[in-house]
Design a protein around this ligand. Structure first.
Ligand SMILES: *[C@@H]1O[C@H](CO)[C@@H](O)[C@H](O)[C@H]1NC(C)=O
Ligand SMILES: *[C@@H]1O[C@H](CO)[C@@H](O)[C@H](O)[C@H]1NC(C)=O
Length: 123
């Protein structure tokens, strides 16, 4: 029979586990594109992010980059996938989208991080 103390210790241990797992979540801030960046459809650009605060153990090192319009992520068309989040940069091809200044880049690892909104022009 499981005693109340054992039960409590198990709960504590589980809580501890989730805490230490949380420490390994790495959500790097996007450095480029910035708020005043202008990209042209068809160009290639390095999306960059800060890896300085990366913990030693990361639960998910595989990154993905998406484009968001008005903060709505286009999940069907990732701009880059399968790269190492510790690289700090990945080259993307600017997709053919309606020109506007409501775009942002979303870097996903364990969790997502938005760049500031920037502009995409058609030419
Ligand atoms: C919680 O984790 C620390 C080290 O990460 C360990 O020393 C401690 O015994 C753990 N506590 C429990 C209740 O599992
Ligand atoms: C991306 O960055 C790398 C390293 O700085 C550089 O060699 C490469 O030319 C850049 N690519 C583009 C499209 O800017």
């Amino acid at each position: 029979m499981i005693s109340f103390t054992t039960f409590l210790l198990t709960l504590l241990a589980l809580f501890n586990l989730s805490l230490s797992a949380h420490e390994d979540v790495f959500v790097p801030p996007v450095l480029y594109p910035r708020f005043n960046t202008v990209w042209i459809v068809g160009q290639y650009h390095n999306v960059t992010w800060d890896t300085d605060d990366a913990p030693v153990h990361i639960s998910n090192k595989i990154g993905q980059v998406y484009l968001a319009a008005n903060y709505i992520i286009d999940m069907d068309h990732p701009l880059a996938t399968g790269f190492n989040i510790l690289d700090g940069r990945v080259v993307i091809h600017v997709p053919k989208v309606t020109p506007g200044s409501h775009y942002s880049i979303v870097l996903m690892g364990d969790s997502g991080n938005y760049s500031p909104q920037f502009t995409i022009r058609s030419h």
